[in-house]
Design a binder for this molecule. Structure first.
Ligand code: MLT
Length: 260
């Protein structure tokens, strides 16, 4: 079912009496990133995906966002759908949102894909700042091309040109203001390591062996500091784990979920 909650486009699939999983996409995508994963889990779980503010079909409002304002949108969805103790599944920037949400509320479990607890160092901040000015001066397309070539492994880019083309076309339909606002929100995010290290809820961490954006070692270290963690590194996989190794991603999720 499609809904709008406080200007946020939300899609729900499955029975609302089942355990809820809220899926949070990364930058600069939308809820469709999760379509295949949700197809796998919709019969057993109540699956909720949404477009982060400024992306896809969600409103943009003031276009001044922080991880905290993104979390407030997430909390409004949870409240609006009357979900009790959902599982949060966040990918990359969606993981940054999940990690900030984890500092404010105790969830049933977390699934963190290709994400990290650290805030940006100066080099990363300057790279994102250059991205913002490049979008202004050169348009969105060169930025998106550069971003996607870092996100996917070289093998996947060679093997699946049509998938990359369709993802790119989708991103090109978004408002560049929402994309620039998300870059600023990532620049301003805080470090969330302490909250994660203090949590005792089950946490699944999924990474890709060839992730060039957030190296697998970063997630391995995160996992080693969590009381109740499961770490899975997928082979033949870059940053976009649910698309590059969908079977590995879904099977890691399935084993984790049945063990809860
Ligand atoms: C994402 O996939 O959400 C981004 O790569 C996150 C980032 O740029 O830090």
């Amino acid at each position: 079912m499609d809904k709008t909650i406080n200007g946020i486009y939300v899609k729900t699939l499955g029975k609302d009496t089942n355990q809820a999983i809220v899926f949070i996409h990364g930058f600069p995508y939308d809820h469709t990133l999760w379509d295949d994963v949700i197809d796998e889990f919709k019969d057993d779980y109540y699956c909720i995906s949404y477009d982060i503010r400024g992306f896809g079909k969600s409103e943009i409002n003031t276009a001044q966002f922080t991880m905290q304002s993104y979390v407030q949108d997430l909390e409004n969805i949870i409240l609006g759908l009357k979900l009790s103790k959902p599982i949060l599944c966040g990918f990359s920037m969606g993981g940054y949102i999940t990690l900030r949400a984890n500092e404010r509320e105790k969830y049933k479990a977390l699934i963190l894909a290709n994400t990290a607890t650290n805030s940006d160092d100066d080099k990363a901040k300057l790279k994102r700042s250059t991205g913002i000015s490049d979008i202004d001066t050169k348009g969105l397309e060169p930025f998106v091309n550069g971003f996607l070539s870092a996100a996917f492994s070289e093998d996947f880019i060679k093997k699946e040109p049509l998938k990359i083309k369709s993802i790119k076309e989708n991103i090109m339909s978004f408002n560049p203001i929402g994309i620039k606002a998300a870059l600023l929100a990532m620049i301003s995010r805080t470090d969330t390591a302490k909250g994660l290290e203090e949590t005792d809820i089950p946490v699944l961490l999924i990474t890709g062996e060839d992730d060039k954006i957030i190296p697998k070692e970063t997630m391995e270290l995160m996992a080693s500091k969590i009381k109740n963690s499961t770490f899975v590194s997928l082979s033949e996989c870059g940053h976009m784990s649910m698309l590059e190794n969908p079977n590995g991603f879904k099977s890691a999720m399935r084993s984790f979920l049945v063990g809860l």
